[in-house]
Design a protein around this ligand. Sequence first.
Ligand code: ADP
Ligand code: MG
Length: 355
Amino acid sequence: MASISLRNVSKRYGDTVAVNNVSFDVQDNEFFCLFGPPLSGKSTILKLILGLETPDHGEILIGGKPVNALSPADRNVAMVFQNLALFPHMTAEQNVRFPLVERKVSEEKIKARVAAVSEKLHIGHLLHKPPAQLSGGERQRVAIARALVRDPAAYLMDDPISALDARLREETRVELKRIQRELGHTLIYVTHDQEEAMSIADRMAILENGQIRQMGKPSDIYDHPASQYVARLLGSPAINLLSLTQSNGWTAGAGTISLSGVPDGAAGIGIRPEDLKAEPWTGERPGVPAKVFEVEPLGGYTVVTLSAGEEKLRVLMRGQPRIEVDSPVALSCDPKRVHFFKPDGQALGSHQAGI
Ligand code: ADP
Ligand code: MG
């Protein structure tokens, strides 16, 4: 497989800038994710790599070679379509061999290639079955076998499993990660699902309006978001974002939460729900007084929404704590886990603050 690089690539449709000065390098054998809300330019980036669209500016390289002038066929990049798009009336084997039959490859070569990818993907025993008789994970393997049968330089997936039901999606996701680990192929994967992006990618790029807002390992971006925009996109329940004011010392959330150690230039804070602690109010413990607004028990964990003055804050608690709606609680937080943001929403470097 091969590396893929974009250098200052832009693409417009009329007045819409679909892709705006995007640069990244996907290493050989890397699982790279493009993540962002709808219309942020993810599909257009894939089309530019495939050669279905031409950039207005910038250069695209596959395996270190510029491909701007090459047709899609000569770029040899494979696409796995949405919902895997297996032909239901064909067996798994007919699906896998289809791209080669279409290209009029000799029967002898087709047999050899199908046997090779089937062995790699452990689907030999499934080849006689139609897709309807396969599990979600098996269908994923067959769809990837069909993409890999041409021995592409890399393969791309555009939100391939978004329409599957939740359980099937989980199964398919795990399978995909495993397959990519086993085969070590270069994969660019598009998703608008933050959990999927976080759980699946070696590295990810977060897009907004055709621009990359942050790029890196999912866990690094989660712990060190470069802006409020990125902080809000990753994590469920979402990060608590509060504005800061300074009169008698620093406070957040319309004066309800006092803070110390606020760095110069900060205008807002963010605290992840798992970094907040709520304990029954005794009047003795330190902490911000708050009230339980609503409780959502989700089995393994519970999301508790608190009201502190005008603000609503969400706290993630393990298990199913006994906590009553409207009861008073003391709110606290590890100072190391507070994120600070400038007035423009960009993050300030790491600082420690105390609630
Ligand atoms: P995503 O895949 O992240 O949802 P897209 O790459 O499909 O985003 O779209 C990015 C922007 O480009 C959007 O504003 C979309 O409306 C626009 N766009 C995409 N394809 C076309 C097209 N063929 N013609 C006109 N506008 C397009
Ligand atoms: Mg899209």
